[in-house]
Write a protein that binds this ligand. Structure first.
Ligand SMILES: Cc1cc2nc3c(=O)[nH]c(=O)nc-3n(C[C@H](O)[C@H](O)[C@H](O)COP(=O)(O)OP(=O)(O)OC[C@H]3O[C@@H](n4cnc5c(N)ncnc54)[C@H](O)[C@@H]3O)c2cc1C
Length: 437
């Protein structure tokens, strides 16, 4: 085990270093998903690229693995491990001219507020605690993405410290930049800076509708026809919440003002409740974030993409599963693709999809571990054959035998070659790292 004094001496960084005998250690081991239970040898919080490089050299010399952490929201704890956790959250400077030049440690909530103060916006997700780096590396889908693209579509270049080649600038025309835009999981080096193309801040219309559960299939069928083909300024999701009081709702954002929205507004008849609200982008995102916590109840999740509308028989199976076989709290959300998501470079292989489908199952403290995984197994057994075979790296899961094709498609060999170039020893390790060992 790495003692505090030994670690400080060996690592020689000014940034904090937290080992198991430090008072902050137990708090840092509270992962976002309580199912994650890593207890690393130490957490390091480097203050600049030199300190990041010192951490990587120390790990290489001492035969330790490194996991990189930004917001710590990986569903399965890919930013944790048994070796050194290198946390970039101290890298949070921001400069704005035409472009945005910022440290890699920002979290989405504070970044969104900092941008709004400067009359700018980016297609970011709603959860304020998600780290910018994890989000961008995996693509980054937000509720203005059909209008403004994925988060990674806004990346102009990035600075990394790589285990093999040290400080590297990933610029246009570069395979490395291509890979950083959407392949996910931080395989090649520690990103320390991003240069991004922001958008001028614009108002939005926030909308939401709820229907009786008896109408769930009709709403799902109509949403699947409408949402991926709707005006690109509309990004919407359909949410199915299972259990004893199941709920079907559709929500989303229209990037524009109220009068423009009037002619586009959508919703099959029979809604129990519907509302539209024109407001600043930041207000909408903060409303959607609700009272988000640093820690969720224990959950397991899986994701898929649709390349054609879900067949009616599969819709029926899904709705039945949500209400009849759920001992825990399952939810299935469809995120609309299409619009301007269809084009863009980078290693994000899901652009042609109609929608991303996420199934997530929570369990409470009194329920045995595994009960939520069992529900997901039944869900996969019934539904997987109806999806495209792709999965979203930002909603990652373990134990999926098809993960290489599901996340990376035909890009896999090119990504593995980059791993060989920038991290041949596999210093950056987690359960979904590209093992060459
Ligand atoms: C509540 C919640 C809401 C979410 N909402 C959305 C959403 O709306 N849209 C969406 O697209 N995704 C969403 N996600 C998924 C989220 O984008 C991913 O989980 C993302 O990977 C989290 O990034 P992070 O930095 O917080 O996580 P971390 O756990 O810190 O990192 C995730 C991965 O990125 C790597 N990494 C992080 N920083 C760096 C770096 N600087 N250099 C190299 N590698 C790095 C880590 O090693 C790890 O493999 C959500 C997740 C949660 C838990």
């Amino acid at each position: 085990m790495l003692g505090r004094a030994r670690a400080s001496q060996a690592l020689k960084i000014r940034g904090p270093l937290v080992s198991p005998d430090s008072p902050e250690y137990e708090t840092l081991c509270q992962w976002f998903n309580p199912e994650v239970q890593w207890r690393p040898e130490a957490f390091a919080f480097p203050l600049d690229e030199e300190e990041v490089a010192a951490c990587l050299s120390w790990a290489a010399q001492n035969g330790k693995s490194v996991a990189v952490r930004c917001g710590g929201h990986s569903y399965v704890g890919l930013s944790g491990g048994t070796g050194l956790v290198l946390d970039v959250s101290r890298l949070v400077d921001l400069q704005l001219d035409e472009q945005l030049n910022l440290g890699a440690g920002w979290k989405l909530g504070p970044l969104m507020s900092a941008l709004a103060e400067r009359q700018r916006m980016l297609p970011l997700g709603t959860c304020p605690g998600v780290g910018l780096s994890g989000y961008l590396l995996g693509g980054g889908y937000g509720l203005v993405s059909r209008a403004l693209g994925l988060g990674c579509d806004r990346v102009l270049d990035a600075t990394l410290v790589t285990p093999a080649l040290g400080l590297v600038q990933a610029t246009t025309q570069d395979s490395l930049l291509w890979a950083l835009k959407g392949s996910g999981f931080g395989q090649f080096g520690v990103v320390t800076r991003w240069r991004l193309r922001p958008e001028a801040l614009r108002p939005v219309v926030l909308f939401r509708r709820y229907w009786p559960w008896a109408q769930a299939q009709a709403v799902l069928e109509r949403w699947l026809e409408w949402a991926p083909r709707a005006d690109a300024r509309i990004t919407s999701y359909l949410s199915l919440v299972g259990g004893r009081e199941p709920q079907v709702s559709v929500g989303g954002l229209f990037l524009g003002d109220g009068p423009e929205w009037k002619s586009l507004r959508w919703g099959p008849p029979g809604a129990l409740q519907e509302w539209d609200r024109s407001c600043p982008y930041l207000d909408a995102m903060q409303f959607l974030a609700g009272r988000s916590q640093n820690r969720s109840p224990a959950f397991a999740a899986t994701s898929d993409f649709l390349s054609r509308p879900l067949a009616p028989a599969a819709q029926g199976k899904l709705l039945k599963l949500l209400v009849t076989t759920a001992p825990c709290s399952p939810q299935v959300t469809f995120d609309a693709y299409g619009g301007n998501l269809g084009s863009g470079d980078g290693a994000f292989v899901h652009r042609a999809s109609l929608a991303c489908v996420q199934a997530i199952c929570y369990r409470n403290r009194n329920q045995p571990p595994g009960v939520n995984h069992d529900w997901l197994k039944r869900y996969r057994a019934e539904l997987a054959g109806h999806y495209s075979g792709r999965a979203y790296q930002n909603y990652c899961e373990l134990g999926r035998s098809d993960w290489k094709t599901a996340y990376f498609g035909e890009d896999w060999p090119r990504l593995v070659a980059l791993k060989e170039r920038f991290d041949p020893q596999g210093i950056l390790q987690h359960p979904l790292s590209f093992q060459r060992l």
